[in-house]
Design a protein around this ligand. Structure first.
Ligand code: SAM
Length: 369
């Protein structure tokens, strides 16, 4: 029997974090991974899809490209969609929902396009179409070219599966991991976040050092596709022994509730023996007893004009503490505003491009290497 043909696997990136995601995919052995608009693409097979979901820290979701054809009008879309081998890609007993987008195409009505593909699936395969289905078929029509993909992840991959406690303005795990990577973090140093909120940077850093896979405890949409091999997946996912480390990871925050949540999140993630969270204001922060590592934070940033003055004071204090007590540590600060970053007085450099998150452009400002 000949091996099945490879297909295109597409990793959705947080806008602005395509380059570190591509570097992560290449380092993880996804040969041929290249940056494309909005993400990273490479060619592979279903076990590569599973492993990308399981191992990659920076992707929001993993899409499998399952079909592509030209369509100039809805009747053509209908006819060509019906010709796809749906039975090879979806199960007749698993509900799906269909979403579509159209750009620079003669078919311009996304709702009607989604409807045609949904009807093709329902009538050719018999799978139920349901708005609240966990499995999503995505139809993209661009320059009259229709690309059909399956969202193999399900819930966004920043949901690692352990974070129940979320503080104010939490950082997404996917973004935190890419900012750590852009600071050169490779799991061989301690990390300290002095405004840690729910502990995202600290827990990500500990997991990286311990060799814990980000998707180890969650479920994925691909488990409901035909050809999914539970035994092979269990073997792939089987916990590798923790990498031995003497490193410790530190988080502090002035808010007691945030510290409680961070601690609980660390316990659920299985890293609580390696992290230490303390309720403390940045102004009184002291270096932990360990060799210098990376200090990284996303301090509060204002979205309204008028609340900048107190924030400038906060960033200035943070800069003073780091200069006085953490001189040998590397620094990464995630913020929306160059005046705030500059108020630290740490001579931090902005990593380009900035990152679009929640309608804001946030940037990583880091010390020189
Ligand atoms: C944007 S949130 C950080 C979110 C965090 N990265 C997460 O993933 O949950 C900023 C945090 O800074 C903390 N904070 C504000 N001023 C502080 C200060 N002077 N000292 C210590 N923490 C402070 C807030 O309590 C808040 O949790």
């Amino acid at each position: 029997m000949s091996a099945p043909d490879p297909f295109e696997i597409y990793l959705v990136a947080t806008p602005g974090l395509e380059a570190p995601l591509c570097a992560e995919a290449l380092a993880a052995g996804f040969t041929g991974a290249r940056m494309v608009e909005g993400g990273v693409a490479f060619s592979g097979h279903w076990p590569d899809v599973w492993r990308a979901n399981l191992d990659l820290r920076g992707t929001t979701r993993v899409l499998a490209r399952i079909g592509s054809f030209r369509a100039m009008h809805l009747a053509q879309l209908d006819k060509r969609a019906r010709k796809l081998d749906w039975a090879a890609m979806l199960r007749p007993d698993v509900p799906v929902k269909v979403e579509a987008s159209c750009k620079r195409s003669r078919i311009y009505h996304a709702g009607a396009a989604a409807q045609r593909v949904a009807t093709a699936i329902a009538e050719e395969l018999g799978a139920p179409i349901a708005e609240d289905a966990d499995l999503r078929v995505m139809v993209r029509i661009e320059d009259d070219l229709v690309t059909i993909s399956l969202d193999t992840s399900g819930a966004s991959l920043h949901k690692r599966g352990f974070k129940e406690g979320v503080a104010k303005a939490p950082m997404r795990e996917t973004m935190a991991a890419m900012f750590l990577a852009q600071c050169g973090y490779d799991g061989s140093q301690s990390v300290l976040d002095p405004m840690c909120g729910s502990g995202t940077f600290v827990i990500e850093a500990a997991e990286i050092a311990l060799g814990l896979k980000p998707g180890r405890t969650r479920s994925f949409a691909f488990e409901h596709l035909p050809g999914f091999d539970r035994a092979a997946w269990d073997t792939m996912r089987a916990a590798a022994p923790l990498r031995a480390t003497d490193l410790r990871f530190f988080g502090s925050d002035r808010d007691a509730g945030a510290i409680r949540m961070a601690q609980e999140n660390a316990e659920r993630a299985g890293v609580s023996d390696y992290v230490r969270f303390t309720q403390q204001s940045i102004e009184t922060l002291e270096p932990p007893e360990c060799p210098p590592g990376l200090i990284i934070a996303n301090p509060p940033y204002g979205t309204r004009i008028g609340n900048k003055a107190p924030l400038l004071g906060l960033y200035r204090s943070m800069g003073n503490v780091i200069r006085a007590k953490f001189a040998a540590w590397k620094v990464g600060i995630v913020t929306t505003d160059k005046d705030l970053a500059r108020a630290t007085g740490l001579g931090l450099q902005l990593v380009e491009p900035t990152v679009l998150h929640g309608g804001l452009r946030v940037g990583l400002w880091k010390s020189s290497d």
